[in-house]
Design a protein. Structure first.
Length: 726
């Protein structure tokens, strides 16, 4: 262990060896956070703690698996028995054992976001609720937010909801929880809330886990929400120790409930707490760190630290001005080829980051055209694809017959002539008799509104499900799934369709069967519950593989925890990055700034920033000013470059278009003719002062796009605009 500790710097070693009061390790970007946490666990195991004494909590399965492998190198095979995983997976494991103490069966289903939104939608339809400006997705988002902040339906209805619409949302929230209970199902947020309920309700169970876990270790503490922090506070006592690791400057998940105050208040929440700071960066150049620091210092609520590095000074950040999104994508493609040639790099050394998923389209088009291989991280995850979810829904029904959402999903898949009207009648019947939909299928002949032909189809389907419910304890998981898929004829159906889409679905189903076989091989006695518990908690980033030699496209959120030699940060315009709250009510400038900080600090050697003067958004061209974050970067760390000429460039001489498009300030216009042109300063009697960005058309149909100082960008008909030149 002494030899291992010599591999750490002084600050890291001090944090690893400390073993007294609660302590927080503030680990700046690239400062060896994972290394410190793995060495900390190895140090504890070498100094009197057993594997069963430790509970290590992470935010992705990928992080947990990587950490466990590193610990195994340090302490041997016993690391495999560590209680280590995401908050959700570890707490789900506890709930499987203790669920009956909160009136759930151990075979409960875990609903992902899609399942939960579907449940909300079914409730809206059942109660004929229609709310302006709210759909099933937005209502579920609100419900999830309530749960993250530990607000019950009763709390919300009695103390928070004011308007009629809010009261209705409260009613939906109440019914949503009721349906989950009836379905013997928990959503992702319940995996955090139910353990709190369990521990508060049953002190013996709380004491059991306090006795079992003598040391809690938490990764990415800045991303914990109120419920997660409450779980920690319940488990920690004077005998149970806690060490948390995080970076307040990388807190970027406020939109899903993460509470930065957990980190800022750590010393108040945990008595005699001590704070360590890791400030030496091993990833990036001095120039990148200086640029990142010049931006993040504009945030006020943060833990003071100053990152430094012994790495080289490195290149300045490049800021490329582009005409539009196509030009931006072309400039990035061109720059990738240039960097590969000059630095002798591979495609896998590049990441292109964007704020919103829709930005990837133009990037993909350009990379394909330039024959540059790429892969997208965070697209439709494998276990979220329809054909995969359909088969998983069958498995969920075999495990938990009360799971109504899964049954509704597969009732007519593959098609067996059971339409939505018949399903609705059966659902009404089950509600009236207070029995499950699965039980209703056995009594479908009592549902007189359902035609006799359809009743027979339902009965046949029920016989098939009963058959596999009985077989699930007699066949291996792989044998059971293979037999079920074969009898359903799903692969045959996709093969006969013989389209590009059906072939892809065929391959995805085959991949699922392979995944189940592999899982069964690794866990020979695996049950359906074991497999479902595993796949229900898989995240998109868990599938990231570094071996593939291709450019990586991903959102900035997905990039957290990763690093690349060269990083492009794209779409750096106001309303996109930072994202305008009118497009996402959860966005706020400090968190957007932290997100930009995360983007910059993913880079080892070079950062290239791009922004466009115009971009297609919501079906029309939008003209935006460049991001405020670009103005915050220290001038001595960044150099500007011009991109192409972009939209409409084919209609006019390159030089004149370039001059019009990029002229600094746009203040020079024809004083003698006093005509409105691109760059003119104008005033409008309602919208106030602004700058002309574009003029389209002629005569009475001429339109003018103006960036108003106070009212944003608007496109007006010139003949009615009544503009005054300034």
């Amino acid at each position: 262990m002494i030899k291992l500790l010599k591999e750490l710097n002084d600050a890291q070693r001090e944090a690893v060896e400390y073993n007294s009061s609660p302590h927080m390790i503030v680990a700046g970007a690239g400062s060896g956070k994972t290394r410190v946490l793995t060495y900390k666990i190895a140090y504890l195991l070498k100094n009197g703690y057993e594997v069963s004494d430790l509970l290590a909590l992470t935010f992705t399965n990928k992080a947990a698996n990587e950490m466990k492998e590193r610990i195994k190198v340090l302490v041997g095979k016993k690391a495999e028995k560590l209680w280590m995983g995401t908050f959700h997976s570890v707490l789900a494991r506890i709930l499987r054992v203790e669920s009956r103490n909160i009136d759930f069966e151990p075979n409960f289903s875990i609903y992902d976001k899609e399942d939960s939104v579907s449940l909300v939608n079914n409730i809206l339809q059942a109660f004929n609720i229609s709310l302006d400006n709210f759909n099933a997705n937005s209502i579920h988002h609100k419900i999830s937010n309530f749960k993250n902040h530990m607000i019950t339906p009763e709390d919300y209805i009695d103390n928070i909801a004011d308007t009629v619409a809010e009261k209705k949302i409260g009613d939906v929230y109440k019914e949503y929880n009721k349906r989950l209970k009836e379905n013997n199902s928990l959503d992702f947020d319940d995996l955090l809330l139910k353990p709190i309920e369990l521990f508060n309700k049953n002190s013996k169970i709380l004491q059991k886990y306090r006795k079992q876990f003598k040391y809690l270790l938490v990764d990415e503490y800045q991303d914990t929400n109120k419920a997660q922090n409450e779980v920690l506070k319940l488990l920690v006592t004077s005998r149970v120790k806690i060490c948390v690791v995080g970076d307040d400057a990388q807190s970027i998940y406020g939109w899903r409930g993460a509470n930065l105050d957990n980190m800022l208040r750590f010393e108040k929440d945990f008595a005699k707490a001590k704070t360590f700071r890791l400030e030496q960066n091993y990833r990036s150049t001095k120039m990148i760190l200086s640029a990142a620091d010049s931006v993040i210092k504009h945030n006020t609520d943060q833990i003071s630290k100053k990152l430094w590095t012994d790495n080289e000074d490195g290149d300045k950040l490049s800021m490329i001005r582009c005409a539009d999104e196509k030009d931006e994508a072309f400039q990035i493609s061109k720059r990738i080829k240039k960097e590969i040639s000059s630095r002798k790099l591979s495609y896998k050394d590049f990441a292109v980051l964007y704020r919103i998923n829709s930005q990837s389209r133009a990037l993909e088009d350009a990379l394909r055209r330039e024959k540059i291989p790429y892969r997208i991280i965070g697209g439709v995850e494998f276990y979220r694809r329809k054909e995969v979810k359909d088969i998983v829904a069958y498995l969920r029904i075999l495990a938990n017959q009360n799971d109504e959402e899964s049954l509704l999903r597969i009732m007519n898949f593959p098609q067996r002539g059971i339409g939505n009207t018949s399903i609705s009648k059966m659902t009404d019947f089950s509600r009236k008799l207070e029995i499950s939909l699965f039980s209703t299928m056995s009594r479908v002949f009592e549902v007189i509104e359902v035609k006799e032909r359809i009743q027979k189809n339902v009965k046949q389907f029920k016989v098939l499900l009963n058959k596999y419910v009985e077989l699930k304890d007699k066949l291996s998981l792989a044998e059971l799934t293979s037999a079920l898929v074969d009898e359903l004829g799903i692969l045959r159906m996709y093969k006969e369709e013989n389209t590009a889409e059906s072939r892809q679905k065929y391959e995805n189903v085959q991949e699922l069967l392979s995944a189940i076989q592999q899982f069964n091989k690794e866990v020979p006695k695996a049950t359906i519950d074991d497999f479902l518990a595993d796949v229900s908690l898989v995240a998109g980033i868990d599938s990231y593989e570094e071996e593939n030699n291709c450019v990586t496209l991903m959102t900035v959120h997905s990039s957290k925890g990763l690093e690349f030699p060269i990083v492009f940060v794209t779409g750096l315009e106001e309303d996109i990055f930072p994202l305008n709250p009118k497009f996402d009510s959860d966005s706020n400038t400090p968190e957007e700034r932290r997100l930009f900080y995360v983007a910059i600090t993913r880079a080892e050697k070079k950062v290239i920033l791009t922004y466009a003067r115009s971009r297609y958004r919501f079906g029309e061209v939008a003209y935006q000013s460049r991001s405020r974050f670009l103005e915050e970067i220290s001038e001595d760390t960044c150099e500007e470059e011009n991109g192409g000429v972009g939209r409409k460039s084919g209609r006019r001489r390159r030089a004149s278009y370039y001059d019009d498009f990029y002229q600094e300030g746009f203040d020079d216009f024809d004083q003698e003719r006093r005509s409105v042109r691109v760059g003119s300063r104008v005033t409008h009697e309602i919208f106030g002062g602004g700058k002309v960005l574009a003029i389209d058309g002629a005569g009475d149909d001429q339109k003018i796009s103006i960036a108003f100082d106070e009212r944003g960008t608007k496109t007006l008909l010139k003949k009615f605009a009544n503009l005054t030149l300034v």
